[in-house]
Design a protein. Structure first.
Length: 94
């Protein structure tokens, strides 16, 4: 399927409508908040584990755990941006 400027415009409008719906829906907002909170908890544990493995790495190649940590931190930053965009974690911020 070929993408045209019109299709991109419709896609952009659809995404904006979805964002409005999520922002209005307390249920959707709550579910999204739960998903992100759980994912952040998991990521933080994984980063901690990767750091332990990073310290114990004795290979000659660049430490693969360092790369994993960088990717996980970037992913965590994206989740925080999503949370800010949808005004999630409101209860925790008050």
């Amino acid at each position: 399927m070929e993408t045209t400027p019109r299709k991109m415009s419709v896609l952009g409008e659809t995404i904006m409508e979805l964002q409005k719906d999520v922002s209005k829906s307390a249920f959707a907002k709550c579910r999204l908040e739960d998903l992100i909170k759980n994912e952040l908890k998991e990521i933080n544990g994984t980063i901690s584990n990767e750091h332990i493995w990073e310290l114990g790495y004795e290979g000659d190649d660049p430490n693969p755990h360092t790369d994993n940590i960088e990717k996980l931190i970037a992913y965590r930053d994206v989740l925080h941006k999503i949370a800010d965009e949808y005004e999630l974690f409101c209860a925790a911020k008050k």
